[in-house]
Design a protein around this ligand. Sequence first.
Ligand SMILES: *Cc1c(COP(=O)(O)O)cnc(C)c1O
Length: 264
Amino acid sequence: MRKIQMVDLKSQYEKIKDTVNASIQEVLDTTTYINGPLVHEFQKNMETYLGVKHVIPCANGTDALQIAMMGLGLKPGDEVITADFTFAATVEVIALLQLTPVLVDVDLDNMNISIEAIKKAITPKTKAIVPVHLFGQVANMEAIMEIAKEHNLYVIEDNAQAIGANYTFADGSKKKVGAIGHVSSTSFFPSKNLGCYGDGGAIFTNDDALAHQIRGIVNHGMYVRYHHDVVGVNSRLDSIQAAVLNAKLPKLDQYNSARRDAAS
Ligand SMILES: *Cc1c(COP(=O)(O)O)cnc(C)c1O
C-alpha cells in the first residue's frame, strides 16, 4: 500500500527552491533578522492579497489570537463564544487571559459554529464571538456579523485553516476570510495553507485604532522606543520566515486548489 503524504512539504519546496533560497540568502547577506524589509514587504503583500487595511505579523497563530483579544481590551470574566470543535489553541488563549470560554456546538453540514447555538449562548457578559473557519470551510459570517451588531459584540475570526478562502455574501459580493470580522488571526505553521519553515502568524484588521494598539502589544507594549505604555508580549515574525512567505504567497491560490483536488 502506498503511503499518501497529507501535506507534502518536500516536493512543494523542490518546486520553489530557487526563489526561496534566494530570498533567505538576502536575509543572511543583509543580517536583517528581525523586523527587516522582507517582513514589511510581506505585510504589504498580505494586505493587498486579503484586501485588508492592516496586517500585523507575529510569532505564531496562537499568539495572534491572544494578541487580538488583548488588543480588543477583553477583561477577565468576559464571555467569549467559540466552537467546541476546533484546535485547542482557540480555547487555550481565552482561558489564559482569564476570559470565560463558552463552547457551543457546530453545524454538521460544515463543522463550523452553529448560528442557533450562538444565539442561545449570549448573556449580558458576552463580549466576543470567535468563529473558526475549519478545514478551509468558512463559517456563516453574514449571520455572525448580524448577531454581533445586534448585541454589540466583537467578532474575531480564527483563520488559521482557511487563508485564501472567499466568502460570498447574500448580495453576491465577495471578501477574503479574515477581512470580515473586527479582527482575525492566522497561522503560518508549516503544514497550514500558507506555511513558513518554522513558526509564524499574523493578525488582520480594518480598524486603524485597533491596528495601532496591536502593533504596540506585539512589541512589549511599546509605541515609542523604550516607553512601555501597556503590558504586551514579544511576538515577531522572523525575517527568514517572511522570506519564505513572500516566495509562497503568490502560489497560495494554487496550493488551495491542489488541496481541493486531492480532497475530491
Ligand atoms: C494551527 C491552529 C492554531 C494555532 O496556530 P499555531 O501557529 O500553531 O500557534 C489556532 N487555531 C486553529 C484553528 C489552528 O488550526
